[in-house]
Structures are given as C-alpha cells and as structure tokens.
Design a protein around this ligand. Structure first.
Ligand SMILES: [Zn+2]
Length: 98
C-alpha cells in the first residue's frame, strides 16, 4: 500500500510577506492549474490521494477546489493549517505567535 498526498499552499507559503491581491491572483491561478493537472492524471489512473490545503487558499478558491476534488471518490481533503505558519521557526516572534 502507498499513500499519496499533496500539500496545496500556493507560492504564498514561500513568502507570506508578499501577500497582495495581485500576487494572490497569480498564486491561485498557478495552484488551480497544478491541481487540475494532478487530478486529471490521478483520475486517469484511478489513483486515490489526499490534498492538504492551507486555509488561506480555501478562503480564496474554495469553490474551485471543491469542483476539482469533490466530484471523485478518489480524493480526500485535509487541513494544511490556516496560514502555513512555520512552527519550527527559530524566530522568537513566530514561536510566541504559535
Ligand atoms: Zn506546506
């Protein structure tokens, strides 16, 4: 048995300091394009998978993701935290926030 999972977080996770409406539009476009390609391939080969999705992505593209993932018994959706905060950070500010 193997378990296939995908983290869905967009480029937001690489640098949350770059959050803006313009960047979110780009990040969501890229995210939805990649999830679309992945789900098409998984459906073609009938491979089950779980998609762990960051809450900030669900807020902005929940219906689109639901359309991609909810119509197949192959896919599960899991939480990948709300904001993808780096909980293993060595920065005191992040540790305190967590
Ligand atoms: Zn992640």
């Amino acid at each position: 048995m193997f378990i296939l999972t995908f983290d869905v977080e967009s480029a937001y996770a690489l640098n949350p300091n770059l959050e803006s409406d313009t960047n979110w539009n780009t990040w969501l476009e890229e995210t939805l394009a990649s999830v679309t390609q992945i789900t098409q391939l998984l459906k073609k080969h009938e491979v089950p998978a779980t998609f762990f999705i960051v809450g900030k992505v669900i807020e902005r593209a929940g219906q689109d993701l639901s359309n991609l993932l909810d119509d197949s018994f192959l896919f599960d959706i899991g939480s990948h935290t709300y904001s993808h905060m780096e909980i293993l950070s060595v920065h005191t500010k992040t540790q305190n926030k967590f």
